[in-house]
Design a protein around this ligand. Structure first.
Ligand code: K1U
Ligand code: ZN
Length: 191
């Protein structure tokens, strides 16, 4: 799905990453996860080329299938996804992604979030989406997605607007998950 040029841009930087270089993924309720990210502009070119492979490395290490820049405390409209099997990586970097079309049909799918580790819930979203974005070369691209990719793209684009998957649930379910997350994190810190 990613053009050869994009792979050529991220692969050398990805291969240079060592475990010590891994960027930290923020855990809810960190306020940075609730901020609206700003569009990537021409002045962000070098920062985005440096950040995208670092985000991919953090996503693969977690492991996850997507990651949004606000999850690593960078308030830019940049996401990465890879739904391919680990032995055949197919990373996609989406700069300024926008959902330009959604299906009338909705689908329910279980979601997790690297910023809410260990928490999962069924989330209802449009079953298919068309997403417009810029790739790392600045070329305009579009993806038409269904199934898990559609859910993942919507989940990641939500992060750019400070929205978490629990915001799609009832207040009761959301509060239960947030309380369980706080309890799990407290337990983790105790060792
Ligand atoms: O944004 C994130 O926090 C990443 C999140 C994306 C996502 C997962 C499921 C549905 C929608 C969006 C994750 O990657 S959670 C981990 C996960 O789903 C997974 C991990 C390893 C293998 C396969 C999936
Ligand atoms: Zn998430």
């Amino acid at each position: 799905m990613m053009s050869e040029t994009q792979i050529e841009i991220v692969r050398p930087a990805l291969e240079r990453q060592t475990p010590g270089d891994l960027i930290k993924i923020l855990i809810a309720p960190n306020p940075s996860l609730r901020a609206k990210a700003r569009p990537v502009g021409p002045g962000d070119h070098d920062r985005v080329r440096d950040l995208a492979p670092r985000m991919l490395a953090a996503m693969y290490a977690a492991p996850g299938i997507g990651l949004a820049a606000p999850q690593v405390d960078v308030p830019l409209r940049l996401i990465v996804v890879d739904l391919a099997p680990p032995d055949k990586p197919a990373p996609v970097v989406l700069v300024n992604p926008e959902i330009v079309q959604v299906s009338e049909e909705w689908a329910i799918r279980e979601e997790g979030c690297l910023s809410l580790p260990g928490q999962f819930a069924d989330v209802s979203r449009p079953a298919r989406v068309k997403v417009r974005f810029l790739d790392l070369t600045g070329a305009r691209r579009e993806i038409e997605a269904d199934e898990l990719l559609a859910a993942c793209l919507q989940h990641e684009i939500d992060h750019l607007d400070g929205v978490l998957f629990v915001d799609h649930l009832s207040a009761l379910k959301r509060n239960m998950i947030m309380r369980k997350l706080a309890k799990d994190q407290k337990q983790l810190k105790k060792g």
